[in-house]
Design a protein around this ligand. Structure first.
Ligand SMILES: CC(C)(COP(=O)(O)OP(=O)(O)OC[C@H]1O[C@@H](n2cnc3c(N)ncnc32)[C@H](O)[C@@H]1OP(=O)(O)O)[C@@H](O)C(=O)NCCC(=O)NCCS
Length: 167
């Protein structure tokens, strides 16, 4: 198995939307389920185009033989929060525990350092132990929690807020 980590390009837009439907069906850890995100291929391509050469946002894709098996993104917050970036990461279930999440996170942290982010923020289900382990491995610390961050049906799901200080 040879996994590559690369920046998303407009040409990936349709495959990203398909990937999000798959990962949404595989886990209840994300903000969406099997329906994926309500974007068209064109709007996703435009979103990716905005990030080309941006120092404020990046989307990385982990691929095996051209197929997307993981993704990670970092987006700078606006105005008085612009020292901070919001992180998201996911990997297809079949590929968990092979170090792909770690590779994606390392590249995101490198981008953040190169582009003068001071803090990386994330929110993670309090019961998502593999993700929390991964984040702690890279130095993220829990800074708070939300008792009902998600509701899936009637189920109330708590989240931890975590951050990594880069400076
Ligand atoms: C979280 C996620 C991105 C991790 O991706 P991954 O490719 O499996 O990550 P890695 O293989 O690099 O690291 C996983 C780590 O979790 C550890 N782990 C696995 N199961 C664990 C558990 N039940 N408790 C604690 N740690 C666990 C692994 O041992 C590994 O740690 P190590 O590198 O010290 O050995 C992946 O599980 C995923 O996509 N989950 C669904 C979406 C999601 O939850 N995204 C995060 C939203 S905040």
């Amino acid at each position: 198995m040879s996994i590559t980590i690369e920046k998303a390009t407009c040409a990936d837009a349709a495959e990203i939307l398909r990937y999000l439907k798959q990962i949404g069906a595989e886990t209840d850890n994300l903000t969406f389920g099997a329906e994926g995100l309500p974007f068209t291929t064109e709007s996703e391509a435009a979103y990716i185009r905005q990030m080309e050469n941006s120092c404020d946002a990046i989307m990385l894709l982990a691929k095996e033989n051209g197929k997307i098996v993981g993704d990670a993104s970092l987006s700078r917050l606006p105005r008085r929060m612009k020292h901070r970036g919001d992180l998201g990461v996911s990997v297809l279930k079949e590929y968990w525990n092979r170090g792909i999440g770690s590779q994606l996170l390392l590249e995101i942290i490198n981008f953040a350092k190169e582009n003068a982010f001071e803090v990386i923020d994330l929110q993670v289900r309090s019961d998502n132990l593999p993700a929390i382990h991964l984040y702690e491995k890279f130095g993220f610390k829990k800074i708070g929690m939300h008792p009902v961050f998600f509701k899936i049906g009637d189920e109330e799901i708590a989240f931890d807020y975590m951050c990594l200080k880069l400076q």
